[in-house]
Design a protein around this ligand. Structure first.
Ligand code: SF4
Length: 62
């Protein structure tokens, strides 16, 4: 599974890196980015939680 952030939707609220900092971080432009790697199985639940918590549905984990 991989995570993708749609930067056109992200409002830079900072929630996803606070839920799952191993997968999400904030870029220099104040928007979220996701690691460009397969998500470790142990992190899938928290990555999914971040996906569900994003207020603008900018995250896809699949
Ligand atoms: S939770 Fe959504 S809106 Fe907030 S920083 Fe992450 S991707 Fe952007």
């Amino acid at each position: 599974m991989k995570a993708v952030v749609d930067k056109d939707l992200c409002i830079g609220c900072g929630l996803c890196p606070s839920i799952c900092p191993e997968v999400f971080s904030m870029d220099d432009d104040g928007l979220a980015i996701a690691i460009d790697e397969e998500i470790d199985e142990s992190l899938i639940d928290s990555a999914k939680e971040a996906e569900e918590s994003c207020p603008v549905d900018a995250i896809t984990v699949e």
